[in-house]
Each structure stands twice: as C-alpha cells, then as structure tokens.
Design a protein around this ligand. Structure first.
Ligand SMILES: Nc1ncnc2c1ncn2[C@@H]1O[C@H](COP(=O)(O)OP(=O)(O)OP(=O)(O)O)[C@@H](O)[C@H]1O
Ligand SMILES: [Mg+2]
Length: 438
C-alpha cells in the first residue's frame, strides 16, 4: 500500500482531532522538571547548611568550593537556585548547566557564555579562559554593585569524563581565580552540583586540601515529601482534581528505588496526557511508567556506542536466559566477550567496569555491593527497566534469539522434570509417557 500524502487538509484534520481531545491541564508548565517552584517542600536542613557556607562571608571568610551532591531528582538544582534567588541583596550569581559540555575547555566556554562573554578556541588555552571568567565576574559585580559572586556549576561530573584534560588542573585554576579576586576585595564561591561528592572523585591531594571539605548531601526524598511536592504541583497544573489515592500511588511508584521528585512529576504529567480526559487513574500512572521507561531505554540505547550496547545486551541476556536479575561485573564481562563481534577486539575488564558506572549514572541500571569473602567486595548490576523493554532496543534479532533460547531451556527443564518423576513410576508407565513427551 502506498503511503498517504500529507496534505494541508490532513494537517487541519489532525489539528482538530488534537484540539477536540479534552485536556485535563490548566497550566502544564507546573509539571515541567525545569520549572523553578515558588514553594519548596522540605529540605530545610540542606538549605540551612548551604546558607551557612554562603553567609560565612559575614565573618570575613568565604568557602571557595561547596560540593552539593545526591541522587537524581533529589532537588539539588532546585534548592540551590531557590536559595541563591533569595540572597540577591548580598550576592550576584550565575547558574551554568554543564551537561552538554564534552571537554573541560567546553565547560569554560559554557561558563563564559552564561557570564555574557564570547567563546574562546581551545588553542587560546585554559589560563586565558580562566582570566576571561575572572574579568566577567569583576564586571558583573561592579554592575550589580556587589562584592560576592556565586558561580553554580550544575552537572559538574562531566569534567571527569574528558580523558584528555586534567580536572585537578581546572579546579586548581578556579581556586587561584578566587584568590586573585580576594586580593581585589571581591569574593567568589563555586558551588558544584553532581551525583557524587567531589571528594570521591579523582582529584590531586593538593587540590582537595585547598578546596576544603564544604559539602551538602541531599538524601533521596522520603515518599511523604514526594507526595507533598506532587500535591502542590497537581493543584496548580490540572483543571481536574487528582485523587489522594492516585497521588499516593504515584509517589510510591517513583520512590520504589530512591525518592525521585522528577520521576514522580514526569509520571503525573504523562498520565495526564494519556488519560481519558476526565480523570486520572492508577492504571494511567502504570501506563505512564511503562511509556517513560521505554522512552528512556530507547534514548540511552540509541545513543550508546557499540561496546556499550554489547554491555547492555549482556545484562539482558543474563536476566532473560539465566534469570539472573542481579549480575556480577565478572559475569557481565564474560558474557560481553562472548557477545562482542569476532572482528572487534573486546575492551578491557577495567573499561567495562567504567561503562557500567556510566550506565548507572544514565539511570538504566542500579548497583549494589556484595561480599566476596576474603577477596573484598564486588559489584552487581540490575536493569531498572524490564529486560523485555530494553532487549528489542538493543537489537530486535538478538532479542528474539534470547527469547528462543529461553523457551528451549524451559522446555528442556520440563522434559528433565518429567523424566525424573518417571523414575519413580512403574516401568510400563515410564515408557508410555516418555514417548508422548518427546
Ligand atoms: N523540595 C522540593 N520542592 C518542590 N519541588 C521540588 C523539590 N525538589 C524537587 N522538586 C522538583 O522536582 C524536580 C526535580 O528536581 P531537581 O531538578 O532539583 O533535582 P536534581 O537533584 O537536580 O536532579 P538531577 O541530579 O537529575 O539533576 C523539579 O521539577 C523540581 O521542581
Ligand atoms: Mg539537577
């Protein structure tokens, strides 16, 4: 059949169809995870620690680095922004999300652009870039009539994924810039936001000791906080009333792994998009979860490198064929070497361990430590999404072959079971049943 031509009329019809569908939203932006809420639920302790660090300025000493860390969706970006927004009378600040930077130099260019300066070419060097950052900070402080600058670097972990440059060097230069500013009677505090504490990262000891240990840890939200956040947003975002039961279910589902406010808001928004237009049910939340999991798996797998896909394929294979939902790094590595094409040299064990950490950061797998007796501790990984959703994304043929193998294994197991049970029966019975089963 030939594909139907997309005409002006067709677009008009599609538009009418979409517009006719009853929308349950009044202000959907309240469910956008980029939205900065005017009301923060909980997080008083974390805000107090952060404020203490920033307000140390009043005692004539400024902490040069504050590391804010915690799992995704625990409110780090939101709370840091909210606190700084409310200190505008004493500080100037800029918020830079470094997620899209691929190199340390790329980070400096993103910082420059958020400070209102133009980009530099990497040939101009890191020293020049830091000088320009300092100049911009000075000029902003002058314009805004302040003496204290807070540079917020969100998703800071990216600086550790640039294999060609030295993250310690970058941090060291930022610390030096802070000293230069101080000599001019100005202050700078860099707040870094990441999933892991800065102290855990591989930085030179001289840099670590100069940075100091100022940090704010964001524990995952308890389910009650996620419920509070949902309740507040649902009131503003929907035309219809969302039942307490549905909101509770949504917060429970999104906290099953770790209390994640972003996931909860995503579930609720998607449920609103797929519901029947009059009410949201628990079933809609379930469908939203499935839809988002598939979407996420698709996004991660489609942008993964060949070897990363092979690692995902290995975890799927162990989960489906061997029914090993938790798999040790060594089993994953063994499977990976079997899966990787004969024309490709397998990556080292060490490299695969790194790829597994990357997969965990992307949110596709979770890990746990397990004891190996005298050999210390090892790590095990498990898919966060069902292997039946991830498998076909890696490769449809590969997934089908896994299912076939699984069916064969199950059938063999059944036959074995029958044979074993036949051993206990009289001879005539053994033979009649055996013929039927083979
Ligand atoms: N305490 C809170 N009160 C109100 N809304 C919150 C709170 N914490 C988080 N949220 C909302 O949850 C969503 C996710 O929060 P946020 O982006 O701050 O998480 P994060 O810790 O920075 O996650 P990631 O590590 O993935 O960047 C946002 O939409 C935010 O508005
Ligand atoms: Mg964030």
């Amino acid at each position: 059949m030939l594909p139907v031509e997309l005409t002006k009329q067709k677009i008009k019809d599609l538009r009418t169809k979409i517009e006719k569908k009853n929308s349950v939203f009044s202000k959907k932006r309240f469910l956008d995870s980029m939205f900065l809420p005017s009301k923060i639920i909980g997080r008083e302790n974390e805000s107090e620690i952060l404020l203490k660090h920033i307000l140390s300025l009043k005692d004539g000493f400024v902490v040069p680095f504050v590391s804010v860390y915690g799992r995704s969706g625990s409110g780090k970006s939101t709370v840091v922004k909210f606190v700084c927004e409310n200190l505008r009378d004493i500080i100037s600040f800029r918020f830079v999300n470094l997620r899209k930077a691929k190199t340390v130099f790329g980070c400096t260019n993103m910082i420059l652009s958020s400070l209102g300066d133009k980009s530099l070419s990497s040939a101009q060097g890191l020293n020049k870039a830091i000088d320009c950052i300092q100049e911009q900070i000075e000029s902003i402080l002058k314009k805004e009539n302040n003496k204290f600058f807070v540079l917020i670097l969100d998703e800071y972990d990216v600086i550790f994924s640039d294999p060609r440059s030295n993250p310690s060097d970058f941090v060291y230069k930022l610390l030096q810039m802070e000293e230069n500013l101080r000599e001019k009677g100005l202050w700078n505090c860099t707040i870094t936001i990441s999933n892991n504490s800065l102290q855990e990262h591989d930085l030179d000891d001289r840099v670590k000791s100069r940075m100091g240990g100022a940090s704010v840890a964001f524990a995952p939200y308890p389910q009650s906080d996620v419920f509070g956040i949902l309740q507040d947003r649902a009131k503003k975002a929907f035309k219809i009333k969302i039942s307490k039961e549905v909101l509770e279910y949504c917060s429970q589902l999104s906290s099953s792994d770790h209390g994640d406010a972003r996931r909860a808001l995503d579930f609720l928004r998607t449920a609103g998009e797929i519901c029947n237009g009059t009410q949201i049910t628990k079933g809609d939340i379930d469908s939203a979860q499935k839809y988002l999991q598939k979407d996420k798996a698709q996004e991660i797998v489609s942008s993964a490198t060949y070897h990363m896909r092979c690692v995902v394929a290995s975890i799927c294979s162990l989960a489906i064929v061997n029914e090993q939902s938790w798999a040790a790094t060594s089993s994953i590595y063994k499977k990976y070497t079997e899966i990787v094409s004969k024309d490709d040299k397998p990556l080292s064990y060490r490299r695969i361990s790194d790829l597994l950490v990357e997969l965990e950061n992307s949110g596709l797998v979770v890990s746990r430590a397990y004891s190996r007796g005298r050999n210390g501790y090892g790590k095990e990984y498990k898919l966060k999404v069902s292997p039946e959703l991830v498998g076909p994304e890696v490769n449809q043929e590969f997934y089908e072959s896994l299912i076939k193998r699984k069916v064969e294994i199950d059938r063999n197991k059944e036959i074995q079971k029958t044979l074993q049970s036949l051993d206990k029966k009289p001879n005539w019975y053994r033979y009649s049943n055996l013929l039927e089963n083979l």
